[in-house]
Design a protein around this ligand. Structure first.
Ligand SMILES: [Zn+2]
Length: 502
């Protein structure tokens, strides 16, 4: 081998390069980022060009940062919006539990990293000067190319959430904190309700919000498999033409349960102002891009209970029946005017996860069979809530609807979240009460965009800004009941949408 090359390989410089490479591979992982060779190589080369003092500072700074962030990084990942929001909404008791529950092995990892960082930072080799300008410019381009590309295209969120971990950690953190501040402002804004009259026919109002249920997969709406024994035999009012405001959870529920975009004006703040004790019991996520806004409405309740502490796609799956004990204890709690919202995971994909891979009746394929079963499980839960309400001997009324539905894929083998078909919006809507004596059907169309009017009428809470010209609980035709909101937030005419492939 060429002697000069051999000298380089065996030199302290090579030792330094390899040490930095290994250390920063570890640091990136600890901060929650995937291994990206290009960024590790860049940082390893750049640090060879830096004077010993600055080199030492840089290595120690990132080692300390990573060692402190280690438990969070390894458990939750980088400081994304979800991580930041989880921390913000966690109370002191939970933070203590989090810290107490950190496995001792994470502390050992942190100590190991600190020692390793200290060793690597103490390697002293004269800074390389070989084509310094060219190398520095080249490395800077690699470092900032992706974020700059997004920022110039106006995609600031993508810009903040990309690039090398050494910069991304901070841009992502700052961006997340800013988004959270915006969200908190929006959802904690005080309501501006002006209640003119409260004349509630019932004392306990229960809203059960289902998930991803299309009504034509329910026996009570004509489906051939008997999967709704409770609802099919119950007295009450069946809405046969209720359409959801949108075809995804957040968009649909924020437009139904609040006077969007004034999220502070929602069913919880309205009922609370009208003298109801309000409860929100949820099996859906607590924070996150796909849960945050609905959960934020839920947190406006006087009492909120979330099974999950993370987002809906949290790996820990819990059955909706886990909400029942909480529901029953709410029924027994003091106070006689209550609004209780129960937010289910219902028939959310993957369907077989919801039913623990079980189904009673085979229908078409395994996924469909699980879907049909998940609806049956929700029907059973409704019957248990009904039993609890009857045993409470109170004057109660219960409403059930689904946040949105699903459409059939072109091969007819799957049901998917989509926004382009009528079926994405055709959900069940049912109200029963302690004094319901027969099955009634309302065939006039009702839109989830007018849910607040329907809610105000149902609960007898009259308020100045909530429209009440049309009797939503009758068979009267009401105006403007055909608009839905698609994935791109465009308003579309429901009647112009095609049917799906079913
Ligand atoms: Zn949903």
């Amino acid at each position: 081998m060429n002697k000069k090359l051999k000298d380089v390989i065996m030199s302290k410089l090579m030792l330094k390069f390899i040490s930095i490479f290994l250390l920063f591979s570890l640091l990136h992982t600890i901060m929650g980022y995937p291994f990206k060779l290009i960024y590790i190589l860049t940082i390893s080369i750049v640090l060879l060009y830096v004077k010993n003092g600055s080199y030492r500072f840089f290595v120690l700074f990132f080692t300390t940062l990573a060692a402190l962030y280690l438990p969070i990084g390894l458990i939750y990942g980088p400081p994304t919006y979800n991580t930041v929001a989880s921390f913000y909404y966690t109370d002191i008791q939970e933070s203590r539990e989090f810290i107490a529950n950190i496995d001792i092995k994470y502390y050992l990892y942190s100590i190991f990293i600190l020692i390793l960082g200290a060793l690597v930072s103490s390697i002293k080799v004269n800074a390389v000067n070989y084509h310094k300008k060219v190398v520095v410019i080249l490395m800077a381009i690699i470092f900032f190319f992706t974020p700059a590309k997004y920022a110039l295209g106006g995609k600031y969120e993508r810009a903040a959430n990309s690039g090398a971990p050494e910069t991304r950690f901070f841009t992502e953190l700052i961006y997340s904190i800013y988004s959270l501040i915006d969200e908190v402002k929006l959802y904690t804004s005080n309501d501006s309700f002006e209640i003119t009259k409260v004349n509630n026919k019932y004392d306990i109002y229960v809203i059960v919000i289902g998930e991803s249920v299309r009504k034509d997969f329910m026996h009570s709406y004509g489906f051939k498999v008997s999967n709704t024994p409770f609802m099919s035999s119950s007295n009450g009012t069946f809405f046969t033409n209720y359409i959801s405001a949108a075809s995804s959870t957040q968009s649909s529920l924020t437009h139904s349960l609040a006077l969007y975009p004034k999220i502070g004006n929602n069913i919880m703040t309205l009922a609370s102002k009208a003298g109801f004790d309000t409860y929100w019991l949820s099996n859906q996520g607590f924070v996150g891009e796909y849960d945050g806004s609905v959960a934020a409405i839920g947190r406006r309740a006087n009492h909120s209970f979330f099974i999950k502490r993370g987002s809906s796609d949290d790996k820990r799956v819990s059955s909706d029946t886990a909400l029942l004990p909480e529901f029953n204890s709410v029924l027994k709690s003091l106070g006689n005017k209550k609004l209780i919202v129960v937010h289910l995971m219902g028939s959310h994909t993957p369907f077989c996860t919801r039913t623990e891979e079980q189904y009673n009746t085979f229908y078409h394929n395994k996924k469909f069979s699980c879907y049909v079963q998940s609806i049956k499980n929700t029907d059973k839960l409704l019957s248990e809530i009904y039993t609890g309400l009857n045993e409470s001997k109170s004057k109660w009324s219960m409403m059930y609807f689904s946040d949105h539905a699903l459409s059939m894929t072109y091969d007819k083998n799957e049901l998917a979240h989509s926004d382009g078909h009528k079926q994405n919006y055709e959900v069940p809507f049912f109200i029963t009460s302690y004094d319901s004596i027969q099955q009634e059907f309302i065939n006039a169309r009702r839109s989830g965009l007018h849910f607040m009017s329907l809610f105000s009428q149902w609960t007898g809470i009259q308020e100045n800004s909530i429209k009440n010209e049309c009797d939503m609980l009758s068979s009267n035709e009401c105006n403007d009941q055909s608009t839905v909101i698609d994935f791109n937030k465009n308003h579309r005419d429901f009647d112009s949408l095609p049917n799906d492939h079913s």
